[in-house]
Design a protein around this ligand. Structure first.
Ligand code: AMP
Length: 421
């Protein structure tokens, strides 16, 4: 129940009118800390109710301390993309429905004139993408010094898109603020924590464990594969399914990306590919082809996909399994955005089982095994090597020693044991 928090009746009524029955786990974690005035560093995947988790405390703050004179925004929310910023704006409007709080939206990709009203009249909550907002700060059309609460949403994605400098500068401008929240799909990986050090002040770390239902937005499963050739067959089959409207295929090596792109092309699957060292105009052209629906498949490595801003990705396919679990979370976070259903499919060979084990432990979920009837794997699922099995390998290594070496080893061991006594 939203009544459990110290929220104004108008806000509780808005949650009801929005159809929220009870708080989600991230909301239960974030609301009390945020309303106590603390800085928050939270892991919160999309689709788990994270937006309301930070909006409600902000709105409550604005109600507790009403504005005494007109002026610039008091709450600033930075988001990586226009799409996400728009979603946040819509939720802000919804949740402030019964109040007089005014929200505004500033993003790139729209003409400058349309922001005039926000910049010249009083707005309380501003949702913005960093690039365009910084332009307004630099041309002195916007003053960030009245910001009391700063929120960085999907901070990992913003860093990924190269916004670190912009954010630092905006945070510098908003230096009189009282409170800062940073939300990220995952807190794993050193980048976010390091970045947050300068921006947050003694934050509480909150890691949400969304329930199965809450994270059900992205359907994940794996196909076991016997070989690379088998993976290619699986990939072609998956990409030909009707519900694949826009897919990103991840491979671990640049050569694999190029190979797959060719393979898909010769199978009549229109695709573009990206590699890390591509000239910017070529890269822009490739991305534009996906955005304009000239091609619905993009093949890339993790590095090449950095900063990629393409919406409405229905499928993420791991042709190669990532070796690290946080990379997996990052990859699949590209689908299932904005409350839409997403699908993440991984092709897993025997040698990927250790990585798979790591990923399953990390996301605390066993990924469903699925088969495509005509492409069933011939081999059974390989067992993940356990510690015991590893020590066996060690014994075997010793077995390769000569009798003389063995004797020397034995003597050394006996000497050590005698010393201990
Ligand atoms: P988000 O993770 O913020 O993108 O939210 C995903 C969706 O869940 C949005 O459409 C919200 O309106 C909705 N939502 C947020 N909080 C709740 C809640 N407590 N109960 C039901 N739906 C919610």
């Amino acid at each position: 129940m939203f009544e459990q928090f110290d929220l104004d009746d108008k806000l509780v009524a808005a949650t009801k009118s929005a159809g929220y029955k009870k708080p989600t786990s991230i909301q239960e974690l974030v609301l009390p800390e945020a309303m106590a005035g603390k800085d928050v560093l939270a892991s919160a995947p999309t689709g788990t109710g994270k937006t309301a988790a930070f909006l409600l405390p902000c709105l409550q703050h604005l109600l507790d301390y009403p504005r005494t004179k007109p002026g610039f925004p008091r709450v600033l929310i930075l988001a990586p993309t226009r799409e996400l910023a728009t979603q946040i704006f819509e939720q802000a409007e919804q949740l402030s429905e019964f109040t007089s709080i005014k929200s505004g939206l500033i993003t790139g990709g729209v003409n400058y004139g349309s922001h005039k009203e926000i910049l010249t009249s009083t707005t309380d909550v501003l949702i913005a993408t960093p690039g365009r907002l910084l332009e307004y700060i630099e041309t002195e059309q916007f003053d960030a010094r009245e910001i009391e609460i700063l929120i960085l949403d999907e901070a990992d994605r913003m860093l990924d898109m190269g916004f670190a400098d912009n954010i630092n500068r905006i945070a510098g401008e908003a230096r009189w603020r009282k409170q800062t929240f940073l939300l990220s799909a995952t807190l794993a990986g050193a980048g976010i924590i390091r970045f947050s050090k300068d921006i947050l002040n003694e934050p509480v770390f909150l890691e949400s464990h969304p329930s199965r239902k809450e994270k059900a937005k992205t359907h994940q499963w794996i196909h076991l594969a016997d070989s690379k050739e088998h993976k290619i067959e699986l990939l072609l089959n998956i990409l030909r399914q009707e519900d694949v409207k826009r897919a990103v295929v991840f491979a671990n090596k640049r050569e694999t990306v190029q190979f797959l792109a060719g393979k898909l092309q010769s199978s009549d699957l229109a695709n573009v590919w990206l590699e890390g060292e591509m000239p910017q105009d070529k890269r822009n052209n490739a991305v534009a082809r996906v955005k304009n629906n000239k091609a619905n498949i993009l093949v890339a490595t993790d590095l090449a996909a950095r900063g990629l801003d393409i919406d409405e990705i229905t499928h993420v396919i791991n042709f190669d399994m990532p070796r690290k679990a946080d990379i997996y979370v990052h990859r699949i976070g590209r689908t299932g955005r904005a409350g839409k259903k997403g699908t993440a499919i991984s092709l897993v060979e025997a040698h990927d089982m250790t990585s798979l084990g790591k990923i399953e432990r990390f996301i605390d979920e066993r990924l469903r095994r699925r088969v495509i009837d005509e492409l069933r794997p011939k081999h059974k699922e390989a067992k993940v090597p356990t510690k015991k099995a590893k020590s066996k390998v060690k014994v075997k290594k010793n077995a390769g020693l000569s009798p003389k070496q063995k004797a020397a080893k034995k003597a050394k061991k006996a000497k050590k044991a005698a010393k201990k006594k």
